[in-house]
Design a protein around this ligand. Structure first.
Ligand code: GRG
Length: 293
């Protein structure tokens, strides 16, 4: 059976990819930077965050999808910057990402840092230049900055680096992950809600959905690091333990982590159930089904 998520993917991933490819070409006239930026963006990510944003728009205001596309692409730029910087020798020091050599392995450390800087900045340029109403554009810039910045993702990464080799409590680990991985997922859902002018009550339910889904996503990533192979992941497996990272399986054991994943997914589903009458939540529920597999 074709799910609504499969339909969205089939329509939107090619549209996102051509938008990214075309617009990145026109980004800068310097020698290496456009190639380094394009290399990681076009390396074949799942496009989960832009798809989540577009799924919220599709659920509440499908006619706004064309205007939402550049904003969704901006989220992918920001996500890719975070991956490039996360892989750097000073951070996780990884050689493989999205099944290819990491950006610094291909272009050298200096150009990789700059490619990340370029993508981060360009994300906000694309938001500011999109065809959405001015007030919505300001809302999107603010939402993405808050969630990705020093209270959100950057703070999460900072905590992650500082706490390698130390054992965190479960609440500390949840806070770290809520910021490092959850914040950008939350930004994606909230940005979709802003484009679709979703009311406060429904935005509250969507926020809970995003928080629980983000948590589930990270727990699943931690579990896969233990159970999957490098070929399946497109990045080295069993890295977390080697880097003495704080993870769910490390803290709760594999079975405990699986239970925490089940609980987070149930929380996400329950939140969608609160979206009161008149909303077809099938598409958003498909995201939960995908993580359940
Ligand atoms: C460098 C400021 C800064 C932040 C880095 C994203 C991040 C923060 C670190 C990545 C560490 C990591 C592997 C976290 C697990 C969850 C995660 C973000 C996985 C990668 O996202 P996917 O699976 O990747 O959506 P693709 O390649 O499909 O886009």
């Amino acid at each position: 059976m074709t799910t609504k998520l499969a339909q969205l993917r089939a329509e939107m991933v090619p549209a996102l990819d051509s938008f990214l490819q075309m617009r990145l070409k026109r980004t800068t006239d310097t020698a290496v930077l456009p190639a380094a930026m394009t290399y990681s963006v076009m390396a074949g990510g799942k496009r989960l965050r832009p798809l989540l944003m577009l799924a919220v728009v599709q659920t509440f205001k499908p006619q706004a999808i064309p205007q939402a596309l550049p904003a969704a692409a901006a989220i992918e730029l920001l996500h890719t910057y975070s991956l490039i910087h996360d892989d750097l020798p000073a951070m996780d020091n990884d050689d493989l990402r999205r099944g290819l050599p990491t950006n610094h392995k291909k272009f050298g450390e200096a150009q990789a840092i700059l490619a990340g800087d370029g993508l981060l900045t360009l994300a906000f340029q694309w938001l500011a230049e999109s065809q959405l109403p001015a007030e919505t554009r300001i809302d999107l810039v603010q939402t993405l900055a808050v969630q990705a910045g020093p209270m959100g993702m950057v703070a999460g990464q900072s905590l992650d680096m500082l706490n390698q080799g130390k054992t965190l409590s479960l609440p500390e680990l949840q806070d770290l992950h809520r910021r490092k991985t959850g914040a950008l997922i939350k930004a994606s859902v909230l940005m979709g809600a802003k484009v679709a002018a979703v009311n406060e009550q429904r935005t509250a339910a969507l926020t809970t959905f995003a928080t629980q889904f983000g948590l589930a996503f990270q727990i699943r990533d931690d579990i896969l690091d233990v159970t999957a192979t490098t070929a399946e992941l497109g990045k080295p497996a069993h890295q977390d333990q080697a880097a003495e990272k704080n993870t769910y399986p490390g803290l709760l054991g594999l079975e405990g982590a699986r239970q925490a994943l089940t609980d987070a997914l149930a929380g996400a589903r329950q939140a969608l159930g609160q979206l009161v009458v008149g909303t077809d939540t099938t598409l958003l529920n498909d995201f939960i089904d995908w993580l359940e597999k």
